[in-house]
Unconditional design. Sequence first.
Length: 269
Amino acid sequence: MSSIPSMKSRNSLRKCGSSDLDNSHTSPYDRAFRQHLIDYGIYPDQYEDLDGHDMPPPENLGEIVRAMAKPRPSLSISRSTQGDFKTFEKRDSNASKKAKVINTVIPMIEEELANSQSICRQVPFSNLDHLTDGSLVSGNPDLYYGARPEQLDLRVRKQLGKQIVPSTQHDLPVVPNFFLNVKGQDGSASVAELQACYDGALGARGINSLQMYGDPELDLDNKAYTLTATYQAGTLRIYASYPRVSARPGKPHEYLTKKNQRLVLNWQC
């Protein structure tokens, strides 16, 4: 599983493909999108079942939160000055549009990666099988982390390609398991959360198909191996997505997304 990105890099974001979407399909900007996900067993954060009960968190939620709470050198005061944070604040304040946030703000939050080939941005997941009935646009996170293709046996990539190889450009990262969706100051937080739910479900399905490779009878462990983040106006929200057995006839799995953390980025002396 890829690490959670932290501070800071100027060059790790690379645009790997076109971000054009098919306007003939339903997208997170459409009012019908949220209910469509629910109808197909893909549940957003804070969803209540028909009896009014909250959906359960993943069984490894505590482990995820503890991992996220560990200090990271790139976020330490010794490496990041108050001047750095002032620059961050100015860039964030002036970034009314998503593209500007991606290009000027996100690089200040990210950790510098030794292997930038495990990260890619703005690539439609057009190679993946549809998650519902084929009426939705392809997943299209602003950034995703995965594995380099050669890290996974070619036979596995061929057999599971429609679950784990997001693009027809096969040198891009596979088995994506960390996603970021960004909004500018005037963007919609609710749309970002729906994007996180959708992308997280695609990632969780891929991880699950890999876990079950060679052992299709393997039981689901109700643990999350896929994380999704949204960023807007200095606030980073992080979600975990995981599959569980569905009680619905004809639907073997359903996908749950639960918020783990809400982080407001500020300077602490």
